[in-house]
Write a protein that binds this ligand. Structure first.
Ligand code: 0O2
Length: 206
């Protein structure tokens, strides 16, 4: 398998989508309105992780493109849960890709306690051989959801997927706390946004 050639269109997609999503953030800032996007990250899944996932899910090499949908992964991190819904609406209105699936792990959290909204898209990328439809996964979550997921991911890595039950229950409690933090912040959202608008206006005066 020539991984470099296989992954080249994915690298292109991640770069293009990062520019587009970051562009949305910049537009909101120019209009000095609240941006539903706090930050955007993107990565191409490393080859060992692709192989591990294919092995775990019994996916043959010639089905990887169709069956592993997060080889190109984008993450949009927001301040408030409402912002996630604003991003979802914007994504649904876009004409530069097609949404093929949505996974709502916010209304229905995963067993681990994981919360996030995933949108799987088919994105047309120009290659030297013509247009190629590449599948990418966009994960949309709040800062609190991201904090939890990042820590849980590290622990999973440390314990090779076998997190001890005591740590697991602590993680579940932490997930509950993150959920309550999102709820509390939503209640004072207008106040926070007003303060941020004032701060942004003053910053631009100097
Ligand atoms: P990485 O290292 O983030 O690239 P599955 O992997 O079978 O659970 P599937 O069908 O591949 O699920 O898709 P799903 O559920 O949308 O999950 C894909 C990605 O979502 C994962 O990628 C994680 O990034 C994230 N995710 C899903 N569940 C959890 C969870 O319980 N904890 C954390 N921290 N992240 C999660 P990968 O491939 O796991 O790895």
């Amino acid at each position: 398998m020539n991984w470099e050639a296989f992954l080249a269109p994915y690298v292109q997609v991640v770069e293009e989508l990062k520019v587009k999503l970051k562009g949305m953030r910049a537009q909101f800032e120019h209009e000095s309105s609240h941006s539903p996007i706090e930050f955007v990250t993107g990565r191409v899944k490393p080859v060992p992780s692709i192989l591990e996932k294919a092995h775990k899910k019994n996916i043959p090499m010639d089905r990887i493109e169709e069956e592993i949908q997060d080889i190109a992964g984008l993450r949009v991190v927001c301040q408030f849960v409402d912002d996630i819904h604003a991003i979802i609406r914007m994504m649904r209105n876009r004409k530069d890709f097609e949404i093929i699936e949505e996974k709502d792990y916010i209304s229905e959290k995963k067993n681990s306690g994981y919360r996030s909204y995933h949108i799987i898209i088919k994105y047309p990328v120009e290659t030297i051989h013509g247009v190629k439809q590449v599948i990418a996964e966009v994960q949309i979550r709040t800062l609190a959801m991201n904090f939890w997921a990042t820590n849980e991911h590290s622990l999973n890595y440390k314990y090779e997927g076998q997190i001890p039950s005591e740590v697991k229950s602590r993680l579940k409690r932490a997930a509950e706390a993150a959920f309550r933090l999102d709820e509390e912040m939503s209640k004072i959202k207008d106040e926070v946004q007003e303060a941020q608008r004032l701060f942004y206006k003053n910053k631009n005066k100097h």
